[in-house]
Design a protein around this ligand. Structure first.
Ligand code: NAD
Ligand code: LMR
Length: 328
């Protein structure tokens, strides 16, 4: 018997990530090959953006995806998010010339306040929200705070791209396949302050530290390479990562909804107070997902170096939170 369709709202749908994301969702790569979907796509009201969005929809039509039961274009979050089961908040204002980080936070705070309120008013009461648009953790925090009637735990930020980047760097160093690595973590903010941590990782079942016992590589190569990978992609492509970001968004939501089969994955989630992270701060942590829920992996030992790195990325998040407090 055919399952009822799930409604997936995507913002910034005519952008680069949108173009790499929508076709895969419609093909069943995010919610399952037996799960029909309806796409509800949001773009800014600007004529050019709406025209481009219409072009993307024409291409979706031309794929004749068997699972795609409908596609709608929107310029208002209140119609785009109506009854949404999943909301991928990708659209955000990029940093323009002469713009300070503070200005970026302010313009995005306005977008994510409005979108949080719209989700609160019209989305499914169990909508699962993934924020991709930067600054992702703080945008997710703003949306969560603007949606008091929805479960806070359903607001998440994307650190999966950082997690995947860390997997590949560690696999290359250790000479193993990425599929052999488990229990990797990226703590904190999706920014260069993030802390990729392989202290608990296993490589084909063996402790990673018994294979890669190289503190200099960890501090001076691994952590900065993963942390600055976004900037390295921008430098190489002249554009920020898009296909890898879309891929990570699919990984994040697929695992959240369909389960991670006991494996650790990194999600940016509102802190429950564990690891000394103040409650509510959206922070990258290891989770195991099952039946549409995530559980934070608890009671891991935090050594002095890790504490310092975790506090450093937390400090940045607290500053970002303080920077938008007056808007909430
Ligand atoms: P893009 O500029 O190609 O597309 C963004 C789209 O969003 C544009 O079409 C724009 O019109 C639209 N948009 C802007 N404001 C909107 C709003 N209020 N409502 C609806 N749509 C809106 O950018 P992109 O390359 O697709 O990247 C999107 C965002 O994702 C950026 O903020 C980028 O920095 C971020 N990003 C995050 C990660 C991550 O790992 N978390 C990785 C890569 C990129
Ligand atoms: C990325 O990590 O690729 C994006 O967040 C882009 C950026 O600005 O780093």
């Amino acid at each position: 018997m055919t399952k009822p369709a799930l409604r997936v709202a995507v913002t910034g749908a005519a952008g680069q990530i949108g173009y790499a994301l929508l076709f895969r969702i419609a093909a069943g790569e995010m919610l399952g090959k037996d799960q029909p979907v309806i796409l509800q796509l949001l773009e800014i009201p600007d004529e050019k953006a709406q025209k481009a969005l219409n072009g993307v929809i024409m291409e979706l039509d031309d794929c004749a995806f068997p699972l795609l039961q409908g596609v709608t274009a929107h310029s208002d979050p209140r119609t785009a998010f109506k009854d949404a089961d999943v909301a991928l908040l990708v659209g955000a204002r990029p940093r323009g010339p002469g713009m300070e980080r503070k200005d970026l936070l302010t313009v995005n705070a306005q977008i994510f306040t409005a979108q949080g309120k719209a989700l609160n008013d019209v989305a499914s009461r169990n909508v699962k929200v993934l924020v991709v648009g930067n600054p992702a953790n703080t945008n997710a925090y703003i949306a969560m705070k603007s949606a008091p009637d929805l479960p806070s735990r359903n607001f998440t930020a994307m650190l999966r791209l950082d997690h995947n980047r860390a997997l590949t760097q560690l696999a290359a160093k250790a000479g193993v396949a990425v599929s052999e690595i488990e229990k990797l973590i990226v703590w904190g903010n999706h920014s260069p302050t993030m802390y990729p941590d392989f202290r608990f990782a296993t490589l084909a079942g063996k402790p990673a530290l018994s294979v890669v016992n190289d503190d200099d590589w960890n501090r001076n190569v691994f952590i900065p390479t993963v942390g600055k990978r976004g900037a390295a992609i921008i430098d190489a492509r002249g554009l920020s990562s898009a296909a890898s970001a879309a891929n990570a968004a699919i990984d994040h939501v697929r695992d959240w909804i369909l389960g991670s089969n006991g494996k650790w994955v990194t999600m940016g989630v509102p802190s429950d107070g564990s690891y000394g992270i103040p409650e509510g701060v959206i922070y990258g942590v290891p989770v195991i997902t099952k039946n549409g829920e995530y559980a934070v992996v608890k009671d891991l030992e935090i050594d002095a170096f890790s504490r310092e790195r975790m506090d450093f990325t937390l400090k940045e998040l607290l500053e970002e939170r303080d920077g938008v407090k007056h808007l909430l």
